[in-house]
Design a protein around this ligand. Structure first.
Ligand SMILES: CC(C)(COP(=O)(O)OP(=O)(O)OC[C@H]1O[C@@H](n2cnc3c(N)ncnc32)[C@H](O)[C@@H]1OP(=O)(O)O)[C@@H](O)C(=O)NCCC(=O)NCCS
Length: 175
């Protein structure tokens, strides 16, 4: 039975979100990156969501700003990172629900698409497609397969708009 609420994060959630991130990723690095996101231009507070179960923060997702650059210039688009669910609450559908809620928020904000780097199996099941098939290039770590670069096309996407193709600039906060 699903018994969680998804809502935008609030400052009073930040320490609980850090605990979720450290538990899910097994290290502080991503939690530190999230702190830096909140202090940077890429932060989209309405698209940083928590899943709350029995009053406890058990999951977190962020859609941040990033850039897509091509010969015509650069524009801001959206990137989903990170996504985390507390280990003891995983495999209940919370991760999928967080992704869907974040995508709905991006759609409401008029974004044309959301890119991410992640498991093609997990995100492909949620409707993400290979980014390269849509003219979007992401620089991946050496160990990641090319299919890890993915995009979710929202209703505002226009496949004929050349401004939506190009090279994704990663938010430097996660370096
Ligand atoms: C990835 C994560 C957010 C999924 O959360 P969740 O709430 O368990 O997700 P759901 O319940 O919606 O889906 C669970 C399914 O996804 C699968 N899954 C989880 N991580 C996966 C991965 N990296 N690749 C493929 N499948 C994965 C699980 O095996 C499970 O499938 P099953 O029930 O058929 O066995 C969670 O496992 C997590 O926090 N992992 C550590 C952090 C991380 O890797 N984040 C993603 C990269 S930013």
């Amino acid at each position: 039975m699903s018994a969680w609420e998804i809502r935008p994060e609030r400052p009073e959630d930040f320490s609980a979100i850090r605990k979720v991130l450290v538990a899910a990723f097994g290290e502080d690095r991503v939690a530190d990156g999230v702190d830096r996101v909140r202090e940077s231009w890429i932060y989209r507070p309405a698209l940083a969501l928590v899943a709350v179960s029995d009053g406890e923060v058990v999951g977190h997702v962020m859609i941040d700003g990033c850039t897509v650059t091509n010969s015509a210039g650069e524009r801001t688009v959206a990137m989903l990172t990170p996504l985390a669910v507390s280990p003891e609450h995983q495999r209940r559908g919370i991760g999928a629900a967080l992704v869907r809620a974040a995508l709905a928020g991006a759609e409401a904000a008029g974004e044309p698409y959301v890119v991410l780097e992640g498991s093609p199996k997990y995100y492909g099941a949620l409707g993400f497609l290979p980014a390269r098939d849509h003219g979007i290039t992401m620089h991946l770590p050496d160990w990641a397969p090319p299919e890890a670069a993915q995009v979710y096309l929202l209703p505002g996407y226009d496949g004929k708009d050349p401004g939506l193709r190009g090279v994704i600039g990663y938010p430097p906060v996660f370096d």
